[in-house]
Design a protein around this ligand. Structure first.
Ligand code: SAH
Ligand code: SF4
Ligand code: F3S
Length: 483
């Protein structure tokens, strides 16, 4: 007997791109079974949270949302509430204890089972816990096997954007930075075979995708042997580069120590590769990097950065920083600011250190930087980074850039009346160096490459207009199109 339900699915996703992709795929699988999305949790018989454990705040958000659903089943007895993803793998049974109305807890390695588990939960009203082994619960092979990469066939209606798509090339992480939960929540590092990745990129291209972003926690550690040949990320990029229809290839996130010359040369030589590298430094101070167990010194990072500049002079580099990590002195903080000044990152994601249960830093180091100091350091770093981003963006004013048009800008989406044929609307796109550009144009341009003349900027955005024709006046040369 199947228990009736209204087919409405609510899903909230927090966390990184990996989670966005997972949610897209889970929603795709459920759509096939007749579910449709709603953004009103009140009207959904199926409520899913795809969760993140990287900082306490992300977990808090989900536990609060779960708290608000405590009595929800009184009016919807057939409702199923599921917690998916990293927090499911990390907290396991604890989720049922903290939120007894949750029906299913499904880890990152069991997402393929979500449709079946929802059905079972509704039918038998029994809780289910589907998770992978903890890292120490078996041999490496056993633990790896218990984390199944979830990569079903792609379908266009699943994607948030018709022109851009994520493709997972690996799961897990083996770096074990002392502050980080990801090696636990995503399991051992495992790379997918190039053939499978190429097939997926081909399917996406056939569906109209123009830009593919390859995903991995340490994407440049990718390594697979196929037909007797070793494929690293540089080889993989070459292997998928000729897929027709794809205009741009990106990849995130890079680990500094694995940023080898072959990869930089591939990005230089393969025209579809975006001139953009996200290579988090985390700190500018060797003592801190050592306590983080990042496996490189700041001299190593500088050396790597120099190689990027030499091989890819026009590439933008962005970073992540953690402020207020255990034992971070004022001097150490200054060194991080110095690194930002020196490298002039396109942007930096800055996080206040959040101790995570189960990590080495939480067990062995003291979270000794007071919250107000973390906050101040965070603000100082943000102010400096914004100043640099603004200065570097300002250098684009008066130049032309090639942009892959993504669609309506955020402000147009908010206004919500842009689908009418009322004339040009504000569009958004990105340069190959990942700078956001807004300009007026016809929404039909979405998915195409267009040249924009930059006229103004903010620290995060270039503002310009479409170059409609290029007339050469006398002998004055055309402005070069910059990347
Ligand atoms: N795999 C990527 C990033 C994964 S998590 C990498 O190695 O770069 C994304 C970012 O969250 C990290 O780069 C780090 O800056 C931040 N982060 C991870 N754990 C954290 C913690 N416990 N507290 C604060 N920030 C954290
Ligand atoms: Fe976490 Fe470090 Fe792995 Fe990145 S490399 S996911 S920060 S353990
Ligand atoms: Fe969060 Fe998991 Fe990503 S912990 S950052 S959602 S890998």
């Amino acid at each position: 007997m199947t228990v009736p339900h209204n087919g409405k699915l609510f899903i909230e996703t927090v966390g990184c791109q990996m989670n966005m992709l997972d949610s897209e795929l889970v929603v795709g699988a459920l759509r096939k079974e007749g579910y449709s999305l709603t953004d009103d949790v009140q009207e959904a018989d199926t409520v899913l949270f795809n969760t993140c454990s990287v900082r306490e705040h992300a977990e808090h958000k989900i536990y609060s949302a779960l708290g608000r659903l405590k009595y929800s089943k009184l009016s919807r007895p057939n409702q199923v509430i599921g917690v998916l993803g990293c927090m499911a793998q990390k907290d396991q049974e604890l989720i049922f204890q903290r939120a007894p109305h949750v029906d299913m807890v499904v880890g990152t390695g069991q997402l393929a089972e979500v449709p079946r588990l929802i059905g079972a939960a509704r039918e038998h009203r029994e809780r289910s816990l589907a998770i992978s082994l903890d890292r120490k619960e078996g041999t490496r092979a056993e633990v790896s096997d218990s984390f199944q990469s979830y990569d079903p066939l792609r379908e266009p209606e699943m994607r948030p954007s018709p022109y851009q798509a994520f493709v997972r090339i690996m799961i897990g992480c083996d770096k074990f930075c002392t502050y980080c939960v990801v090696p636990m929540t995503r399991g051992p590092e495992q790379s997918r075979p190039p053939k499978d990745i190429r097939r997926e990129v081909q399917i996406l291209a056939d569906q109209g995708v123009k830009e593919v972003t390859l995903l991995g926690q340490t994407v440049n550690s990718y390594k697979v042997t196929q037909d007797g040949k070793l494929y690293r990320l540089s080889d993989l990029l070459e292997y998928i580069h000729d897929v027709d229809g794809i205009l741009r290839l990106k990849f995130v996130t890079n680990f500094p120590k694995d940023m080898t010359d072959d990869l930089l040369q591939a990005v230089r030589d393969l025209p579809k590769c975006a001139q953009y590298l996200h290579v988090p430094a985390q700190s500018g101070c060797n003592d801190v990097l050592k306590r983080m167990k990042r496996g490189y010194t700041i001299e190593d990072y500088r050396e790597m950065f120099g190689r990027i500049r030499n091989t890819l002079p026009n590439a933008a580099v962005s970073s992540d920083f953690i402020v207020g990590f255990c034992g971070e002195t004022e001097e150490a903080h200054q060194k991080s600011l110095d690194l930002i000044r020196e490298c002039r990152f396109k942007n930096s994601f800055i996080f206040k250190y959040s101790p995570r249960p189960g990590t080495k830093a939480n067990d062995l180091l003291v979270d000794d930087i007071p919250e107000d100091v973390k906050k101040r350091r965070n603000n100082e770093m943000l102010t400096l980074q914004n100043q640099i981003s603004a200065e570097d963006n300002a250098a684009f004013i008066g130049r032309r850039v090639e942009v892959l048009v993504e669609g309506l800008s955020k402000s147009e989406v908010k206004r919500g009346d842009a689908s009418t044929d009322a004339g040009p609307v504000q569009l958004t796109g990105r340069t190959t160096c990942d700078r956001i550009v807004v300009f007026n144009g016809n929404p039909r341009l979405a998915g195409s490459l267009t040249t924009i003349s930059v006229e103004d900027c903010t620290p995060t955005t270039l503002i310009g207009s479409i170059v409609t024709h290029q007339v050469q006046h006398g002998s004055s040369p055309l402005l070069p199109i910059l990347v």
